[in-house]
Ligand binder design. Structure first.
Ligand code: PEP
Ligand code: MG
Length: 294
């Protein structure tokens, strides 16, 4: 069966009737980069950068440490797009130095872009590392757990500050690095039209969107039977997001686990999703599915 899939390397992600869709891969560490290349994915749709922070002990990784990893990913992928998601810390990914303390509901607690906007020096360090690496490939930056346009505006101001610093130090970077926003809260779904005017591309995080829409803790095994990823509310939200993003002519991908769900591939094609980003070992099975669809 594996041999069968290997055969699909180098082939297009195209349906029988000629509709195309991009397949990218999700990664968390530098070790995963090899797997992406072997998987024949069209790029890295989600680099969960918080894993660099989690392996680190008592301090965040330095700008130089982060730069080396992002540069490695950028160079390894060449012209192919690499989307670095800024650290989605908090929730289940807790670190002493964030000073989060005990939370009754970590999934609804201090995490993602909200942490970054308060730990703004740590955030700017990460953005400087991403910008510096952008001189070595096709990098983009993306913000997690967004709930308002204001968060995007504030994050972009800090990005501008990082750019200004690098420029003053004559350090090369890509001035027009694309800025993306994750749509993974119900609030972001409802304002996806406004968000579409305030960023360059979008990616749906179906894991958090399921958790927050259905009120089901994704970490709680007892709740697994209520974690209905095919719930009509979720499928409808995904369609609404795609429509709103496309009205502004922007790019919409799905990078949550649902992207690899072969029962939904046809639906995602129907509603015009531009890209599915999945684990490296799921790329070829998804390509096979797409090529079988009419
Ligand atoms: C998601 O929420 O679907 C997502 C892709 O982000 P993470 O799984 O890292 O929270
Ligand atoms: Mg998420």
């Amino acid at each position: 069966k594996h041999k069968n899939l290997e055969r699909l390397k180098g082939k297009e992600n195209i349906t029988q009737s000629g509709q195309k869709i991009d397949i990218c891969a999700n990664i968390g560490t530098r070790e995963d980069i090899e797997n992406v290349i072997r998987s024949d994915a069209g790029g890295i749709g989600l680099f969960r950068s918080e894993f660099l922070f989690l392996g680190q002990g008592t301090k965040p990784p330095t700008e130089e440490q982060q730069f080396q990893v992002y540069k490695l990913a950028a160079e390894a992928m060449g012209d192919k797009r690499v989307v670095i998601r800024t650290a989605d810390l908090g929730g289940d990914k807790r670190l002493e130095y964030l000073g989060i303390g005990e939370e009754a509901n970590p999934a609804l607690g201090y995490r993602g872009i909200r942490v970054s906007l308060e730990k703004d020096e740590m955030f700017k360090t990460q953005l400087r590392a991403i910008l510096r690496a952008s001189a070595f490939g096709n990098l983009a930056v993306m913000f997690p757990m967004v709930t308002s346009v204001e968060e995007v505006t504030r994050a972009k101001l800090i990005l501008d500050k990082a750019k200004k610093e690098l420029k003053e130090s004559k350090i090369p970077f890509r001035q027009d690095i694309p800025v993306g926003v994750m749509i993974e809260t119900p609030a972001a779904v409802m304002i996806s039209g406004e968000l579409a005017r305030n960023a360059d591309f979008f990616s749906i995080g179906t894991n958090d969107l399921t958790q927050l829409t259905l009120g089901v803790d994704r970490q709680n095994e007892k709740m697994e039977k209520f974690y209905h990823q095919h719930h009509p509310a979720l499928l409808k939200m995904i369609r609404i997001i795609a429509n709103n993003i496309h009205l502004e002519g922007k790019h919409i991908s799905i990078c949550g686990d649902l992207a690899a769900d072969l029962e939904l591939t046809e639906y995602f094609l129907q509603i015009g999703i531009d890209e599915l980003s999945v684990a490296p070992n799921e790329v070829l099975a998804l390509r096979k599915k797409i090529r079988e669809i009419q």
